[in-house]
Unconditional design. Structure first.
Length: 178
């Protein structure tokens, strides 16, 4: 069986996405259909699903009255902005977690095990609680993303945009960008 270059695999990927059959490409490139399927089957299915969703959305937009089109684009832009702000907030929260955790660890390392000072211990406890609280938003986003990825892997037909926006508790979390 032939060993393919990255350029050849990329060509196969492109041709699969355009609808060519894996068996025909396998013959042309001297590999098994199984090798192609193993490398691209999930990805190709996902690309086709997304392409179909894009086409359906385009048709829905084009057939809607102009006022509905404007409203839909306006809402979509707002949702994208919310997504970006949530991602920025999560990044800043993660940075706060890191900083507060570091300060708490330094404070704890200065405590004398033989003569614990209650005030110093309370400061370390407060810093630890604050750092853990700062970690909640980024951790929730990571969990939501992991849950979304799991859902997408088991059901490619699900509307990933809506699933991501709704999240687990109806909160607007972000936009899936896979």
């Amino acid at each position: 069986m032939a060993k393919l270059t990255e350029k050849q695999w990329k060509e196969i990927e492109t041709r699969l996405s355009r609808g060519e059959k894996a068996i025909d490409l396998a013959k042309k490139f001297g590999v098994t259909r199984g090798a192609i399927s193993q490398k691209f089957s999930k990805q190709t299915k996902h690309v086709k699903t997304l392409a179909n969703q894009i086409v359906e959305t385009e048709i829905a937009i084009q057939t809607a009255p102009i006022t509905i089109q404007i409203g839909a684009f306006s809402l979509a832009n707002e949702l994208l902005a919310i997504s970006k702000h949530m991602a920025t907030g999560a990044t800043l929260s993660a940075m706060n977690y890191s900083r507060l955790s570091s300060i708490a660890n330094k404070k704890i390392s200065t405590l004398n095990d033989d003569a614990l000072d209650e005030e110093e211990l309370a400061i370390a406890r407060t810093l630890t609680v604050m750092s853990n609280e700062a970690a909640k938003t980024p951790m929730d986003l990571i969990k939501a993303n992991a849950s979304l990825n799991k859902d997408q892997n088991t059901d490619q037909e699900e509307n990933s945009f809506a699933a991501w926006i709704k999240g687990g508790e109806g909160k607007i979390i972000g936009v899936a960008q896979h």
